[in-house]
Design a protein around this ligand. Structure first.
Ligand code: TNX
Length: 543
């Protein structure tokens, strides 16, 4: 049935009559599976015009959901016979099994209303047994460079769930915008969520979009996003980026910047891209300010669904600190070897602060330079090396190297590719991405808790641009992150078989209304003629 991601095992029995989802089909939800039943009724119900009312477990023609703790927590066994049974090691496993069942029902199960009421919903008899390879199957969505309205985030969560991905890393703050309401510091969103204009394309481009850009999530919006994700067994990891990538916060509260080096009162929210020299000042004021921010963040992202808090730590130029007498004095007072060590000091401070509150720090691999606090995890983005070093030192690692899984990077070398930046990474390249590099010791390999695709939005100004960059490559990424059947050796992977299954998957994406890149290249409206990217293969990819 062209399942994506490919399940561990799958056996069909075409010799006997298929299961048919009819108007009489009932749904039995054993204790612990009520949320999955709610999701099935609300999603597959309208798509196929079936109400799925409650009924007895196991009856012919029914669907039964049940937790079976003998299965792995996220694993499931889906049996399609005279009745359908979806067993999962936990509610999450049942949910992933329900997602597989939806795939078996055909592309129509991905619509919001029933377009073909007369068509039979027959599913061949079969057994699917499955469990994921990694516990962290993530996607970063950068809502700072271009704001994604709340509804787009909820839809994105549905798309992740349909691909059995279970972590949404929300990049909530950056130089170009602050996107989460913080009650005790209202100017972060009043001022810091707006920029007057926006660079269109690579920073070398001469084009500006003169429409002001911005927006933010209220605290209730965030609670809704977290709850919506939790119903889909997705954890949300908030990122508050410090001490670099902070110009929007400094624009809102100039005292957070290095005021003895630059006139921070005149700093606007940044309107272009790249690595920004305006970083946080290493003062007690800054620490208390961000502790206040994080107190509210911890309240919004409860430990049960968001044990990790991402503090960024990437791309923090130290020039302003070395130029600042105040920062140099501070470094000396702290016993550091120089102002360049302030980045590590910032991260260690907040790592400790989070640990005292029962949370775990995760940061970009630059945080390794300052010495990692115990229990901290690393997002390895500049390649595998940071992840290897962290894993060998006993830290958990999420592999997301920009050379492989940066979905802002172009997916084809063609001249029509919209705003081409970064490396050319095709669907096949992503399919052949291997998160665990060869040569890791077994103990270190076990520290690779998962992998993540990162969706940075400098050149993605709208939902459809995000769709285009993300799909179809996210389907390949999902198979890499989930499927235990994929050979570790990238060369041994059967891309032809994946391509064959993709033809069905495109029909699912069509039914979902995803504006993916068609295999033949961009549609006329998907092109961005005249918007300069960085079409030099091998050039440093950072926009
Ligand atoms: C590097 S990944 C960045 C981002 C950019 C991205 C563009 C990382 C930690 N930093 O700020 O958006 O490259 O590809």
């Amino acid at each position: 049935m062209d399942l994506i991601p490919a399940p561990a095992t799958h056996a069909e029995d075409p010799s006997r009559a298929p299961f048919v989802l009819g108007t009489g089909t009932t749904l039995a939800a054993a204790p612990g599976t009520e949320g999955v039943a709610r999701w099935l009724r609300a999603t597959v119900g309208p798509a196929l015009g079936r109400d799925l009312p409650p009924g007895p477990a196991g009856a012919d023609g029914s669907v039964t959901l049940r937790v079976d703790p003998s299965l792995p927590p996220e694993g499931y066994r889906l049996t399609v016979a005279a009745a359908v049974e979806i067993l999962g090691g936990s509610a999450a496993g049942v949910f992933w099994g329900a997602q597989t069942f939806r795939q078996l029902l055909g592309p129509a199960a991905y619509r919001r209303a029933c377009a073909d009421p007369g068509v039979s919903r027959a599913v061949p008899r079969q057994v699917v047994e499955d469990a994921p390879r990694f516990g962290w199957r993530g996607v970063l969505l950068d809502v700072a460079r271009h704001f994604a309205p709340k509804d787009d985030v909820l839809r994105f969560l549905d798309l992740l769930a349909a691909h059995k991905l279970n972590v949404l890393h929300l990049h909530l703050t950056d130089d170009q915008g602050w996107r989460v309401e913080i009650r005790r510091h209202p100017r972060l969103t009043e001022a810091g969520s707006w920029r007057a204009r926006t660079k269109r394309g690579h920073r070398a481009s001469e084009l500006w979009d003169e429409t002001p850009h911005g927006g933010h999530y209220t605290q209730d919006d965030i609670r809704e996003i977290v709850a919506y994700a939790a119903e889909r067994h997705i954890r949300v990891v908030p990122e508050i980026d410090v001490p670099g990538h902070s110009q929007a916060a400094i624009a809102a509260y100039p005292e957070l910047g290095n005021t003895d080096v630059i006139g921070t009162a005149a700093l606007p929210v940044w309107d272009t891209w790249g690595v920004n020299p305006n970083v946080l000042a290493p003062t007690e004021t800054t620490l208390r300010f961000y502790e206040g921010v994080l107190e509210e963040v911890l309240d919004l992202f409860p430990a049960a669904t968001s044990p990790f808090v991402h503090l960024g730590g990437d791309e923090c130029p130290t020039g302003q600190w070395t130029a600042s007498p105040a920062a140099r004095a501070r470094a000396e007072e702290l016993g550091l070897a120089g102002a360049h060590e302030l980045q590590g000091w910032f991260i260690r401070h907040f790592g400790r602060w989070l640990a005292e509150r029962g949370r775990r720090l995760i940061g970009w691999d630059e945080i390794l330079d300052g010495g990692l606090p115990p229990g901290a995890a690393v997002s390895s983005w500049r390649g595998y090396a940071g992840g290897i070093a962290a894993a060998e030192a006993g830290h958990d690692v999420v592999m997301c190297p920009e050379q492989h899984v940066y979905l802002d990077h172009r997916q084809d070398p063609g001249a029509d590719e919209p705003v081409p930046i970064g490396y050319v990474r095709t669907l096949e390249d992503v399919y052949r991405f291997e998160p665990v590099p060869p040569g890791l010791s077994p103990a270190a390999a076990a520290r690779v808790i998962g992998t993540q695709a990162n969706v940075w939005t400098e050149v993605m100004e709208s939902r459809s641009r995000v769709d285009y960059q993300v799909f179809p490559r996210l389907a390949a990424f999902a198979e890499v992150a989930w499927s235990t059947r994929l050979p570790a050796d990238p060369a041994a992977r059967d891309f032809a078989d994946f391509t064959r299954r993709m033809s069905t998957h495109y029909a699912r994406l069509d039914a979902l209304g995803v504006d993916y890149r068609p295999p033949g290249g961009p549609l006329p409206r998907q092109r961005r003629p005249g918007v300069v990217g960085r079409p030099i293969e091998g050039a440093p990819p950072n926009v």
